[in-house]
Each structure stands twice: as structure tokens, then as C-alpha cells.
Design a protein around this ligand. Structure first.
Ligand code: ASP
Ligand code: MG
Length: 450
């Protein structure tokens, strides 16, 4: 049913933080009749509270205090609703379910319970937002995403099962869309046994893109608190400006290399199905935003600069490495066995340095004693952690004359620990000391964009 002009709209945590923010979102939906599926995040702050409950050893009274903070947010929205009676009981039973899990004795070491607990933020915000949307006159219905968002059983970082998601959403969502707007939960899924799973922090963007793919949508809007994707993080320099357009590849590179606007996996479904993605601010929709498309009008050599903080650099060294075949393989086998993903690599005659990808605060835990001990059995290992990765994203960066020299000359006064250039036409990365990264981004921004 590709003839349907279907738009999926996703609203992030700050967009659904409170009643008046939710009203802005409802207006955006009411204005676009193509919007038939709405994906919401948990109201701002709620998932952080749930993560605290799930991962911190707390006394019962400490847990209840955190739960009270969540209740303040949820009841703050409920009390503004015209028709609060319609859902008051439902909200209360969700809060009861949340409380029961939060106080569960085995919560700290059971990942199935953690994921079940984390799902409550989106389940509450979608319940409340459905009512806000109804009072705007939209025929909205709250839809439990676990009926369609099938994942594997990897709790807290579940992997979506694309074919199942397609079958289920075509069967259970599509027929509803001719008469209704379905409001559903981002971030949440269910495995083959019906256990609740989650897609990793920030995963609601990914949910929206997955549903857009499954339902053959023409577009997917990501509404957040910034007016699009910027040339660089506006908190680094006030000269940063929003970009009117980006290609799928550029957006994917930016997300991978640290831009916070989009969850890194969001572009995968969009790319597979050529679904254009919009990023804009629900507070200021009139300001427009960034369109992420397959074919951009322009393919400039420099599009944006990103920074990824807290990179870990590992150097392994052995005199035996000289002319020793198989050393690299040995190192990377151990890394792979411990489920670490390597980012940049440089090699010399007797040493190899690499950086480890640092998704959602996990490196410190994953690069553990076991990994290091195993490496140390056959080589010297040095771990350094005060680095940031600065990346320039653009097009044809390895072939266009002058592109790299312009970049290098803007950073010539800084000590670059590692450089990655040429492996991919869309980026050029530097590993730099964390104390320098802000200035490096500013210098680069000045010479490439100002
Ligand atoms: N609520 C989840 C989080 O805060 C998912 C999301 O907002 O995208 O990470
Ligand atoms: Mg987000």
C-alpha cells in the first residue's frame, strides 16, 4: 500500500516533557493529515529516573523518592487534561506496575526486569499524549508497540527483527490508519516470547524509522528541541548553524561520530527504503528544519564537524611483532571475543594502537580486567583515556584536491594522536587530547564554515 501518503512523526522527551509542550506536538500532528503514526519518547527525565532505579542499589525509601519524582512529572500532565477521568485509572495501574518492578529484589541483576521497568516511561507518555491529541480533535488511539516491534532477546540493546516487524505492522497497524492516528511508544519492543525489551538509550528515533520502513511511509519526522541538525554542536560555538539538507550517509556518519540529534541506527531503515527524514523543533515548527534525503541538491566537501568524547585508546606492543605474522589477528580475536568494537587503528613496526567505540557509556565496563589480562599474556598493553574524537563529515573527501590540506592547516598547531583519513569518502577523524578538542572544533568550524 505505497499509494498512501504516510508520515510517521516522532516526538522526543523534551517535546513531551509537560502538558504545554505536548500541545505544540498535537498542533503539529493536526496540521499534517499524512501523519498517521506518532511515536513518543518518555517525558524528559523519566528514563533517567528509571535507569537509576534499575541500576543503583537503593533502599526502599530511596526508591520511593525516585518514584515520587516520576509521579510528579506524570500527574503534572494528567491534571491538565480536559478528560482526565478517562485515563486516570490506567495511569495509576502503570505506576503500580512500575513501583512493583522498582522494588523487586532481583532487579539489579535481572535484565528482563530492567527492560520491563524502562518501558514504563514511554507507556505513560503515550497514554497521556493520546488524550492531549484527542482533545485537539484528532481521532487518536494508544497502540502497544510490543505487538509489532519484534526484537531478539538482547535486553537493553535488543536487535529489531525487520521482517517480523513488517508483517506485524502491516497486519495490525496499517488497517487502522485509514480512520485513526495511532500513538505508540518509542524505544520499547518485545522478543519472541513476549518479554519486553528496549533498543538502547535514545532508541525512539530508531523505532520511528523502523515503523516508517515497515509501513512503507513516505517520510519520517523527528521532532526535538533543536531546529535541525547543525554544522556542529551549538554549545561548542555560537557560529554553528542549522543545515537545510543532509544525505543519508552524512547523517549516519554524524550520528556515529557523536552528533547527539539522532540515534545512530536511525538512518539504516531510511536508507534501505529511501524514506526522507526531517529533524525540527516542536517548539518552533515554523523555523523549518533539516531534511535528510538520498540525493542532496549539493554535495559540499565539508558539511559538519562532530565530536565524540571519552574515547579509549589502547596501544599493544611487542618486540616480537617485527615480521611476526598473525600478531594483529591475535589481538583482534581477543577484542572481538570480548565484544568490543574497534574504531580507528594505526600500526607501526612494533606497535598497534586502536580506539574503542564508546556507545552509551559502556567502554569503561567492557574493557575490563579479563580483556586486558588476556592481551597482556603476549604483549605490552597501555590504555589511555583522555581523548576525544573530532570528525569532519562531508563528501569525496579523499579525492577532492585541497580538501585535506585545508583541514590539516586549520589544526596544525595541535597534537593529533591518531588520524583516520581515506578509508571512507565521507569523513576524516582525529583523536585529540580532550583539553584541546573544543578549540580544534572551533578552529575547524571557522576555517570550513565561517
Ligand atoms: N526514553 C528513552 C531514552 O531516554 C528513549 C528515547 O528517548 O529515545 O533514552
Ligand atoms: Mg533522543
Amino acid at each position: 500500500m505505497t499509494s498512501l501518503n504516510l508520515n510517521i512523526a516522532k516526538f522526543g522527551g523534551t517535546s513531551v516533557a509537560n502538558f504545554s509542550a505536548m500541545q505544540n506536538c498535537a498542533d503539529i500532528i493536526a496540521k499534517n493529515t499524512a501523519t498517521k503514526v506518532v511515536v513518543v519518547s518518555a517525558s524528559a527525565g523519566v528514563t533517567n529516573h528509571l535507569v537509576t532505579l534499575a541500576n543503583t542499589p537503593l533502599t526502599q525509601s530511596q526508591s520511593l523518592q525516585v518514584i515520587d519524582q516520576i509521579k510528579t512529572i506524570e500527574y503534572g500532565i494528567l491534571k491538565e487534561l480536559e478528560n482526565r477521568n478517562a485515563i486516570e485509572n490506567k495511569l495509576e495501574s502503570l505506576l503500580d506496575g512500575l513501583t512493583e518492578l522498582a522494588l523487586h529484589e532481583e532487579l539489579l541483576h535481572r535484565y528482563d526486569l530492567k527492560d520491563a521497568l524502562l518501558s514504563f516511561g514511554e507507556r505513560m507518555s503515550s497514554l497521556l499524549f493520546t488524550e492531549v491529541l484527542k482533545s485537539t480533535g484528532v481521532n487518536a488511539e494508544n497502540f502497544d508497540v510490543r505487538k509489532v516491534l519484534r526484537t531478539d532477546g538482547t535486553y537493553t540493546e535488543a536487535v529489531p527483527q525487520i521482517d517480523d516487524i513488517r508483517d506485524l505492522s502491516q497486519r495490525l497497524m496499517l488497517p487502522e490508519l485509514s480512520s485513526k492516528v495511532l500513538v505508540t511508544q518509542g524505544f520499547v519492543g518485545a522478543d519472541f516470547n513476549g518479554n519486553t525489551t528496549t533498543l538502547g538509550r535514545g532508541g525512539s528515533d530508531f523505532t520511528a524509522a523502523l515503523l516508517a520502513e515497515a509501513l512503507d511511509a513516505t517520510s519520517c519526522e523527528i521532532w526535538t528541541d533543536v531546529v535541525g541538525v547543525y554544522t556542529t554542536d551549538p554549545r561548542i560555538t555560537d557560529r554553528a548553524r542549522p543545515l537545510p539538507e543532509l544525505s543519508f550517509e552524512e547523517a549516519a556518519e554524524m550520528a556515529n561520530f557523536g552528533a547527539k540529534v539522532l540515534h545512530p541506527a536511525t538512518m539504516e531503515p531510511a536508507l534501505r527504503k529511501n524514506i526522507k527524514v526531517f529533524v525540527g523543533s516542536s517548539k518552533e515548527p515554523e523555523k523549518g528544519g533539516t531534511w535528510i534525503v538520498r540525493d542532496c541538491e549539493q554535495e559540499p566537501p565539508y558539511r559538519a564537524i562532530t565530536r565524540r568524547k571519552q574515547q579509549v585508546m589502547v596501544t599493544v606492543k611487542t618486540p616480537k611483532m617485527m615480521h611476526a605474522p598473525g600478531f594483529l589477528q591475535q589481538v583482534f580475536t581477543i577484542i572481538a571475543k570480548h565484544n568490543l568494537s574497534v574504531d580507528l587503528v594505526t600500526t607501526s613496526e612494533i606497535a598497534v594502537s586502536f580506539t574503542l567505540d564508546n556507545p552509551a557509556n559502556s567502554v569503561a565496563e567492557k574493557l575490563n580486567r579479563d580483556t586486558l589480562d588476556e592481551l597482556r599474556e603476549f604483549c605490552e598493553v597501555v590504555v589511555e583515556s583522555d581523548y576525544d574524537l573530532v570528525t569532519v563529515v562531508g563528501n569525496n573527501m579523499h579525492s577532492a584536491a585541497g580538501v585535506s590540506s585545508k583541514i590539516f592547516s586549520s589544526v596544525r598547531d595541535y597534537n593529533l594522536r591518531m588520524i583516520c583519513y581515506g578509508a571512507n569518502p565521507h569523513n576524516m577523524s582525529f583523536l585529540v587530547h580532550q583539553d584541546n578538542s573544543t578549540n580544534i572544533v572551533k578552529e575547524l568550524h571557522k576555517s570550513l564554515f565561517e
